[in-house]
Design a protein around this ligand. Sequence first.
Ligand SMILES: [Zn+2]
Length: 304
Amino acid sequence: MTDKVQLNLPLAEVALDRDYLSRSNANLFDELWLNPRTRVLLMFEQRVLLTSTSELKFFSPETVSSSGLLVFLGNTVQAGDPIVLQVIDEQTALSIEADSDRWHHLRRSGIGLSSSEAAIFTQALALANWHQTHQFCPACGGRTLVQKAGWVRFCEPEDREIYPRTDPAIIVGVIDDQDRILLGSQGIWEENRFSILAGFVEPGESLEAAVIREMQEEAGIVVQEPKFLGSQAWPFPFSLMFGYTAKFAGGNVIPDGEEIVKLRWFTREELKAESHALMLPGKLSIARSIIEHWLGEELQGQDR
Ligand SMILES: [Zn+2]
């Protein structure tokens, strides 16, 4: 295992002081709307606007109404400027920017952002996705109210607070005794797309146990010595990816045929030689970071 490249996690920078104490201020948004340093990030169907130089486009409060879903994301680490996410509807979005191609997805445009702006987009998107899917109480089905500056949804009849959700998933670079890495291809992917294997952590399960179970299920193999490398949020819709390596310890490599349809061991030379012909994980992903960590250098070729 080479350690020349540290795990490079493009979405994991700490860009904001989340300032959780301010979330309890009932007048927070009124105060923020009077604060000339406040910057508002508008989000429409998971997308945001960028400036002509491909940075996140923020609005000053006096230029936008305070309607729609508001979430206080925190204060920028460097300047201390408050950042507010505002989730807007189609009518509002199109009145601000009618060309829908100018509203950008994180997956497609995030790689052009600075790491701090990519982190802000990631946080905003994860929260917007949670609100989108948690408008009703999971216990009684009643409509929930937004509280605590967008960090809690509240079920009034039951006096129940519902907190933002993050789904843990493990993703694993399996390495054999010849120092090769195992890549797989999912049935729903293009023919030549390959990545390392991943799966959700199940209730009552540790991360390490999930690594061992998922590799058994998806590839029919036994792995051991799961080694944690790093983590980053993956807000599609609200996952948190835990990156691991693990040692191949036996078993016949057989795709499960359901999720994974192809599996193949790659040497470094093979992966470098074929990287232009293969579709490999995008530059925002922890999958690519783990492959590059093993490879000892940046992957050349496609980012898609
Ligand atoms: Zn309820």
